[in-house]
Each structure stands twice: as structure tokens, then as C-alpha cells.
Design a protein around this ligand. Sequence first.
Ligand code: SME
Length: 277
Amino acid sequence: MENSKIQNFKNERDRLNKVLSEYASKTMKEFMGLDYRCYQAGALTEKTKELMGLVASLVLRCDDCINYHLMQCLEKNVSDEELVDTLTIGLIVGGSITIPHIRRAFDVWDEAKTTSFEADHKESFSKVIGMIKNVLTKTQNPRETLEAVCLLLKNNVPHYDWVGYYITDPNKPNELVLGPYAGEPTEHTRISFGQGICGQAADKKANFIIQDVSKETNYLSCSFRVKSEIVVPIIDGDKVIGELDIDSHKISPFTEEDEAFLEEIVELTKEHAKHVL
Ligand code: SME
């Protein structure tokens, strides 16, 4: 996986900081200390401060500053939606001249969030499992619980862009009905067994991992942005009672770790899935 933009930026920043510290006056160093302290939590959280720093950097059109704040935002678990809202304020204040910087910011963000997740893939998945277990102990209503699980998955795994449950219709046992989901609404609210990736996974009672949907003939498209899909059926005895479906905007993002991770989630949420309709 190419990681040049971020790594180059970090390396160059470290190198320049060394040069700077050799030449900097006492006043300059005091100013840097002030800058550091300013972003520590106070009445506002560190996350909010980083988002504010990002807007200011965008309006002033400083790519180095934008990149720096993007790295900090990533560490503070800023979601895509929060980033988009923040950059939108920068666009309104700074005008169309900020658009080239916004383009580069999204490009850097896209690369950074994927690579930082990959750097500690296992740890990240186990963190998300922890969050899900926490949700399962707190919420009672099956639909609300599964909605929260979908949202957690979408917001915490960078290559999951749409996450949803399809549930087998008890009145039409060869048909899946759209259940709780997170992401764009889909027109595929009912899918027959055998139809599309979801229907095939239900029919074959097997996981389906499609790394490039453009190569599939039996595929139901939700959006031109979706490039890959993974479906894990929820099996109870010998019946498919539903499935967990993930769409990604990346080509070939899924590994065996995703499969094992999603199988664990399916096991954890099976009882909720049984009672969601
Ligand atoms: N792509 C799926 C349809 C459901 S959406 O991904 C939400 C399929 O081919 O079955």
C-alpha cells in the first residue's frame, strides 16, 4: 500500500523541526510552546480544537498546516462526516480558492486513515469488538442495537462505507428484507435468495468476498462509488436467518482478518438479528 504522502510529510516535518530547533531564538521557542499548549484540552476538547485549527489552516491555505491538523484529527478519531462539516466551514469562509486545498486534504485523509488502520489492523479490530460488546450490554431493543453496531462499524473501520443487516423474511423464507443499516439509503430493500451478492451468500450459506464488483455479473449495484463487498450470512441451525453486508469504496480492501472479524460480530449479534423484524 502506497504511503508516500503521509510518510514524506512526517519525515520532512521532523527534519525541518530539527533544523528549526538549531536556529530558533528563545522567543520563537516560547511561541511554539504556546502553540502546543493552545491545542491541549480546556473548555473545548482537543478534538474540537484540532477541527478549528483545520478550518483556520484551510482558510489561510497552508497545506503543511492542513496536513498536520489532519494527522491530529485522525488520532482524535474524527469521522469522515465531521471532517466534511469542518472543511465545509473553511470553504464558506475561504471561498472557492480553498478548493484545491480541500481536494488535497481529502486525498491525504483517505490515504492516512487507511494506512493508520492497517498499521495495527488486529488491534483496531479488537478495539471495535470491545465497543460493540459495550453497546450490546447497554441497549435492549434489537433494532436500535443493530443500528448502533452498523454505525460503529462504518465509523471505525475506514474501508467500510455502507454497513447493513439483511434479515430473512419469516413470511417469505427465500427473501431478504433490509434491516438496520448505516450509510446511504439503498433501493435494494428486498432481495431474493440467489439474486445479487447478498442473495447468493444466503443461497449458498457461505461468506462472499467480492474484491472488485465490476467483475461480477450477478451483482446489484447501490452506488457507482461501491467497488467491493463482503457478505457474511447469519446461520441458525441449518437456516440462514439473515446476513451482514458491507460495501466499500475501495478495490480489494478485504482480508481474512475482515472475514474473521465480521464472523465474530455475526455471532455476537445473532440473537438481535433473530428478533429485529
Ligand atoms: N450489492 C448487493 C445489494 C445490496 S447493497 O450492497 C446494500 C448485492 O449485490 O446483493
